[in-house]
Design a protein around this ligand. Structure first.
Ligand SMILES: [Zn+2]
Length: 214
């Protein structure tokens, strides 16, 4: 287990685990190294849980030539004869196209189109099922948020939503639809969300675990 000790004038001792598995201890210079080692020992179970969590995360890290689509890792195969057409084979985990989807600009455009297509179907379905009204939806580019609901009932979603598993996309849609009735994140919001999607915490957990790698 790699441990890095960072000396700073902080009041408490902080232990964090980086995604590489390195344990980082931030402590003021007045703590002896042996004291910090004992602290690490005492929190070993927690540290191991964090490291395990990051190890599972590795599964979603993409290798060159791979794409993430609807929560699944695909291998991209370029087939000139397909032109702009994109074929998706979930069972074989292969995506084929004549366009090079590994090119960042082309890839982003494709994800945006897919997000638009998937959302067009799903936002309508879920709005009808749960009795919500919205004005329209858009696909945008958000770095810190997956979705946004404006006061006029416009729902905006990040284009990366096409990379997420269907149950996580459903959660983000219902979350924004619910904002058309409850604008803030008070206890009433989360209670109502749980009524609509009893398993929504699974989606929140997925985003917490993998969201930053997507
Ligand atoms: Zn919200």
């Amino acid at each position: 287990m790699r441990v890095r000790i960072e000396r700073r004038w902080v009041r408490r001792v902080w232990i964090t685990v980086e995604h590489t598995g390195t344990v980082v201890v931030t402590a003021s210079p007045r703590y002896a190294e042996s004291t910090l080692q004992r602290l690490i020992e005492r929190h070993r179970a927690w540290i191991e849980r964090q490291r395990e969590r990051y190890r599972t995360m590795d599964r979603i890290r993409l290798h060159p030539g791979q794409l993430l689509y609807r929560g699944q890792v695909y291998r991209f195969v370029c087939r000139q004869r397909l032109g702009e057409q994109v074929l998706i084979y979930p069972a074989r985990a292969i995506i084929e196209s004549g366009e090079n989807l590994l090119d960042p600009a082309i890839q982003r455009q494709w994800y945006s189109n897919e997000a638009e297509r998937l959302l067009r179907r799903r936002v309508g379905q879920l709005a009808v099922r749960f009795g919500f009204y919205y004005w329209r939806f858009r696909v945008g580019d958000y770095v810190s948020a997956w979705g946004y609901c404006s006061a006029d009932g416009t729902l905006t979603f990040d284009w990366r939503i096409a990379k997420l598993p269907p149950h996580v996309m459903d959660y983000l849609i219902v979350h924004e639809l619910l904002h058309t009735k409850i604008p803030h994140h008070g206890p009433r919001f989360w209670r109502r969300l749980e009524d609509l999607l009893p398993n929504y915490r699974r989606a929140v957990e997925w985003l917490r675990t993998y969201g930053r790698w997507v």
